[in-house]
Design a protein around this ligand. Structure first.
Ligand SMILES: *[C@@H]1O[C@H](CO)[C@@H](O)[C@H](O)[C@H]1NC(C)=O
Ligand SMILES: *[C@@H]1O[C@H](CO)[C@@H](O)[C@H](O)[C@H]1NC(C)=O
Ligand SMILES: *[C@@H]1O[C@H](CO)[C@@H](O)[C@H](O)[C@H]1NC(C)=O
Length: 411
């Protein structure tokens, strides 16, 4: 039986050179001996994700068909480079922003413009790191780990110190006058913090922050998404003992962190799984987690407003093709080994991103959704900060900040 089958196969392959070539090409692709594919040189191991069903999430989402985020304004165009996180100090000065060139900068008003407020490494220099509008392009990738990439910013309201989650330098702090930041945490549980992403400060001084992956750094973040790997952690730095503790692990791209108004729980985003998770700090569920919202796209930072509601920045949307990939890791194994640049592979997979922001209450109920379906204002969004009737919207990939009066003025 075996033998006959083999003979049939041989005959088929020889009589149909096309099939033979196809099989050969396929094995070439899968083995990628010359590392031509985007995953070449990486230990690429796609796994299944724990993600809510596509149809269910997309079907029940309250879409903003008026695309009202398109009413926003673009500010500081080409004068600020990939401002992922935005913050204001105790005196209301700012925004402060963490840039793609490794600096934390502060807006000093029309006359003075942006000034450098802090750096995360002694090695930061203008010659090496400051590439202007090119900082948000591939050109920065080779120097990014040397220059730093501050992704999460928070002022401690009591001390006026600024805490920074930097993708390469971990958790750091800098005084109210700025300068070179001091590292606080670079490893946890004997594992280096490979990709610190965001933080928030508990009123007892503890700092909760995310370490997105143990396997890929920020430059390689796309692999975390397509592989679906879940080696991310939620960490807690204790300032009294100067120690860092693992709070949660096995997370799939943990990203933004936000404590609730009364600090009885925190929310964090899990980007790969398109969802927001609640971690209870008090009460009967203390130490437990719960999914509070499944989103139609990939969430980044999350920030509370005066009412205690949460703004989440979402790169939208999930696609049917992605759904198929999620359920069949082997498909990703083949597809992302095609010797074609990642941006084309991503586009073929339907991953054309646009911006959505959503406001959730403390029960996880969506109370507002604003979209920019045509990508007029922003194609990629990283954080929404509501301050005095205005939304400040950061982006990791573009050279601008978007703003929008909120609540929206009706026309
Ligand atoms: C928005 O558009 C979708 C799809 O076109 C439709 O199903 C939905 O009912 C619309 N929602 C509103 C509030 O008009
Ligand atoms: C600064 O650069 C030197 C030389 O490349 C390197 O050995 C050192 O580790 C760097 N220091 C920091 C804090 O990154
Ligand atoms: C601060 O609060 C966190 C969260 O409840 C807790 O894990 C930590 O032990 C507290 N730290 C102190 C010093 O009480």
């Amino acid at each position: 039986m075996e033998k006959r089958l083999l003979q049939i196969k041989d005959v088929v392959l020889l009589q149909h050179p096309f099939i033979f070539l196809f099989v050969l090409a396929l094995s070439f692709i899968v083995m990628d001996p010359f590392e031509l594919s985007p995953v070449g040189g990486h230990d690429f191991k796609p796994v299944k994700n724990d993600i809510a069903p596509y149809k269910q999430v997309m079907g029940s989402w309250p879409w903003d068909n008026l695309s009202r985020l398109g009413q926003g304004n673009l500010e500081f165009k080409d004068d600020i480079f990939g401002p992922e996180s935005l913050e204001f100090d105790n005196l209301g000065r700012g925004p402060y922003a963490g840039l793609a060139d490794g600096r934390v900068v502060r807006w000093m008003g029309q006359d003075l413009g942006w000034e450098t407020f802090a750096t995360v490494t002694r090695n930061w220099s203008e010659e090496l790191c400051a590439q202007g509008v090119d900082s948000t392009t591939k050109k920065q990738w080779t120097v990014e780990s040397k220059c730093g990439r501050p992704l999460g910013l928070r002022f401690d309201r009591k001390s006026g110190n600024l805490y920074i989650a930097d993708a390469y330098y971990g958790l750091l702090v800098v005084g109210p006058k700025g300068g070179l930041a001091t590292p606080l945490a670079t490893e946890a549980d004997d594992k280096p913090i490979l990709f610190a992403n965001d933080l928030d400060i508990h009123h007892n001084g503890s700092i909760f922050f995310t370490d997105t992956s143990k396997r890929y750094n920020r430059v390689n973040h796309f692999f975390i998404l397509v592989e679906g790997e879940a080696t991310g952690r939620l960490l807690r730095y204790d300032p009294l003992t100067k120690t860092t503790h693992v709070v949660l692990e096995h997370l799939a791209f943990p990203n933004g962190v936000q404590l609730s108004k009364d600090h009885s729980f925190l929310l964090f985003t899990e980007t790969t799984n398109c969802r927001i998770i609640k971690y209870f700090l008090e009460g009967p569920k203390s130490g437990k987690t719960e999914v509070v919202a499944n989103l139609p796209g990939f969430p980044d930072n999350i920030r509370i407003n005066e009412n205690g509601d949460f703004w989440v920045a979402i790169d939208c949307c999930r696609t049917p093709m992605q759904e198929m990939f999620i359920h069949h890791p082997w498909l990703r194994s083949v597809y992302f080994r095609l010797p074609i640049p990642m941006r084309y592979l991503a586009r073929f997979a339907g991953m054309r991103m646009y911006t959505m922001i959503a406001l959730l209450n403390d029960k996880g109920k969506i109370v507002e959704v604003l979209e920019d379906k045509k990508g007029d204002v922003m194609k990629l969004v990283s954080e929404v900060k509501e301050v005095n009737g205005k939304l400040w919207i950061g982006t990791v990939a573009h050279n601008q900040i978007a703003t929008l009066p909120y609540p929206l003025q009706s026309h």
